[in-house]
Write a protein that binds this ligand. Structure first.
Ligand SMILES: Cc1cc2nc3c(=O)[nH]c(=O)nc-3n(C[C@H](O)[C@H](O)[C@H](O)COP(=O)(O)OP(=O)(O)OC[C@H]3O[C@@H](n4cnc5c(N)ncnc54)[C@H](O)[C@@H]3O)c2cc1C
Length: 335
């Protein structure tokens, strides 16, 4: 394993912004991580770079995770537990599961990035979150240099949250993730978004995990920019969650406000709608702007610097706060 010096990070982040790593190494074995830790602590662990905004150069070691592998570790007639290497591409794992007939993650089709980053923010889309199929993960304690297994409850999953983004931030290198998937009686989830409509348009006769995945892929391709064509990191902000009582006050002032009920008297408001109401949808400022079909996605029109994107994010935050008294918080990891 080689430690390279002064490496360009542009090819390693889907925003496509320029930044450099003082040192850079790629690991494909757990032993290589331990070997690295004996030399130097990493400044950043990198998966697919699809949830990161570089505002500056990284003045330390960046470790790119290439740990591969898919292994069935438990199985009965109903379900299967598969352990995935943390460097596996998420969407390729979804397609692999569908081919094997394993259900549970088809609604999470086409989310960019790696398996190891999926628990970081409990990835979610179309009514399903990683936590719904998650069993456990293995991670290396960067300080103690030992492996630890985290059970579901220890990960403290929430909406785009886990313990690895909060109290244990920067302390562990996730090396594998185990998911429990169904082999029969799949729980087909078509309620959310435009899945049902898209399935009808596709004239699907036999609803199965493959057709749901195909519908999700079709919707996502029509709604979201492909980072290969237009730099972005998906949703820049989280959807704000408010108490129903707070929401009622806002709704009286803004009767058109969209919301989704959550358990325990909470309400989720689509951040994209709030941003759109402030006139940001499709707007371009210099090298950056928001996507024409989804105001929640900040894009790089080609030569944007990380700071330029961060400035725009602040302007969006300010105008949304001024109009709705809601402070948007970033979903993207800003470095
Ligand atoms: C077009 C587009 C659409 C998207 N749609 C969705 C969506 O629908 N739902 C959703 O939830 N997200 C979505 N995202 C965001 C992103 O794809 C996910 O958050 C994804 O899980 C990030 O994976 P990554 O490997 O690229 O992580 P990176 O961006 O490389 O890293 C993200 C964070 O995790 C840390 N990290 C990465 N790997 C490890 C590891 N092995 N151990 C410890 N820490 C690690 C990094 O240090 C960083 O802090 C989208 C992004 C894009 C560009």
């Amino acid at each position: 394993m080689e430690i390279k010096q002064n490496v360009a990070l542009k090819p390693y982040n889907t925003f496509g912004v320029k930044a450099r790593a003082k040192q850079f190494a790629e690991v494909s074995e757990v032993s290589e991580i331990l070997e690295l830790l004996n030399i130097q602590q990493p400044e950043l662990i990198l998966g697919g770079g699809s949830n990161i905004l570089f505002r500056k150069n990284i003045d330390g070691l960046v470790v790119k995770n290439n740990l591969k592998g898919k292994e069935v570790i438990n199985e009965d007639d109903q379900s299967v537990e598969v352990r995935f290497g943390a460097g596996e591409n998420w969407h390729e794992c979804v397609l692999w599961c569908i081919e094997k007939g394993y259900g549970g993650i088809e609604n999470l089709s086409l989310i960019p990035g790696t398996m190891g980053a999926a628990p970081m923010q409990n990835i979610g889309a179309y009514g399903v979150e990683l936590k719904d199929v998650f069993v456990s993960l293995e991670a290396i304690d960067l300080e103690e240099k030992v492996a630890h297994t985290f059970a579901h409850t220890e990960c403290e999953f929430g909406y785009r949250e886990s313990v690895f983004k909060t109290t244990l931030k920067g302390q562990y290198f996730i090396t594998s993730v185990t998911l429990r998937l169904t082999k029969t009686n799949h729980q087909l989830n078509t309620e959310y978004g435009a899945i049902q409509q898209t399935l009808e348009k596709m004239n699907v006769q036999n609803l199965d995990i493959k057709s749901i995945s195909d519908a999700v892929i079709q919707i996502r391709q029509s709604k979201l920019p492909d980072p290969a064509d237009l730099g972005n990191a998906g949703s820049f902000f989280k959807n704000p969650v408010l108490l129903k009582s707070q929401f009622e006050v806002l709704k009286a002032l803004h009767p058109d406000m969209i919301s989704y009920d959550l358990p325990d008297d909470y309400v989720k408001i689509p951040a994209g709608w709030l941003i759109e109401q402030c006139g940001w949808k499709g707007k371009q400022i210099g090298n950056t702007g928001t996507y024409k079909s989804q105001a929640l996605v900040i894009v790089n029109h080609g030569r944007a610097r990380g700071d330029e994107i961060w400035d725009l994010a602040h302007q969006i935050q300010d105008t949304v706060h001024a109009k709705f008294k809601i402070l948007l918080t970033p979903e993207v990891n800003v470095l």
